[in-house]
Design a protein around this ligand. Structure first.
Ligand code: G3P
Ligand code: CA
Length: 319
């Protein structure tokens, strides 16, 4: 694992363009990633799901009625279906039921037009990108901007995709290998909510690995399909020591390390950050952005209990 040195006051903040510059362009489009890089993001963050022919593409969810125009495409009307994924019943259109060629005929749309109305002007302009296209963009922009743009891919629903014969790990490893990015010094970190997925990736990847930790309740509060533990178990000292055996970083929901009440006020400190450091892990929380109303308007870093001191700023979204 990498050094778990806490940040110091005045340390430079590393900015992750979460789903690209998703406040300004429909998320997970090349345009969104490009704008994030041009706005100064250190990393871009593609979520990964597979097509029917096993190609990794960039979507937060494999159900794509909210992020593409698929529901308005008569030729795909019969692909609408209902599935149970990670305990949730979902009805819609799913990337794993489309070949890459079919998926490429779709166009991205803004996922939350009520919150981001300005983004709807871009509806219908851009395709769903492949992971390879994201890496190509990253390489081109790194050259043009004269600094290395990092990439933080996240595997979505890996147990589910393995069960239906579309495991994500081979595609992640092969794609990073093919691009010369499977090496310790590459500016790449691979993230997942699932323990087993990260353990399998650790066997083949040299890059940093991030164990994501949700604060949501059941049925989403799974560590891995079939694992009875919850994330509350995973952030105890024993769980953190286990994580340190295969990963370098924990990526907890901000509310896991900085619990707030319904007024946005900080409540009792937790020892998660200190315990993670003791286990040799860095702490990179997600996601700090205006729409979460996470920080009160008059927030001052001096208000933060010292145990939280190094959390701030590690993980921010461009909004
Ligand atoms: O990087 C962590 C974060 O991306 C996980 O949340 O749901 O936005 O993918 P989500
Ligand atoms: Ca993500």
């Amino acid at each position: 694992p990498a050094s778990a040195a806490p940040s110091q006051p005045g340390d430079r903040i590393e900015v992750f363009g979460h789903r690209g510059a998703s406040g300004y362009r429909p998320e997970h489009t090349l345009a969104s990633y490009e704008l994030a890089a041009r706005m100064g993001a250190d990393y871009i963050e593609p979520d990964l799901v597979p097509t029917k022919d096993g190609v990794l593409v960039s979507r937060h969810e494999n159900e794509i009625s909210g992020t593409t125009d698929v529901a308005r495409r008569p030729e795909f009307a019969d692909r609408r279906t209902t599935k149970v994924i990670d305990g949730q019943e979902l009805t819609g259109w799913f990337t794993e039921d489309f070949t890459l060629a079919e998926l490429k005929t779709l166009r991205a749309v803004e996922r939350i037009p009520d919150i981001r109305p300005n983004n709807t002007v871009y509806d219908g302009r851009w395709q769903v990108p492949t992971f390879q296209e994201v890496l190509d963009l990253r390489a081109r922009l790194s050259k043009e901007l004269g600094r290395e743009i990092g990439v933080a891919p996240e595997t979505k629903h890996p147990s589910y995709f393995a069960r239906i014969g579309l495991p994500l790990e081979p595609g992640v490893v092969q794609t990073l290998d093919r691009n010369g990015l499977n090496k310790r010094q590459a500016k790449v970190v691979v993230q997942s909510f699932e323990v087993g997925n990260l353990k399998r990736l650790d066997e083949s990847l040299e890059v940093g690995l991030v164990q994501l930790i949700s604060n949501s309740g059941a049925p989403q509060d799974f560590v891995e399909a079939g694992d009875p533990r919850t994330y509350a178990d995973l952030v105890k000292p024993e769980g953190l020591r286990e994580i340190a055996g295969y990963a370098d970083v924990i990526g907890p929901d901000t509310k896991v390390v900085l619990p707030v009440d319904d007024q946005g006020r900080l409540t009792e400190p937790t020892t998660v950050v200190a315990d993670a450091h003791a286990a040799g892990l860095q702490v990179v929380p997600y996601t700090v952005r205006a729409e979460n109303h996470f920080l009160p308007a008059d927030f001052r870093s001096s208000d933060v209990p010292s145990a939280y001191g190094d959390v701030f700023g590690f993980y921010a979204a461009l909004f």
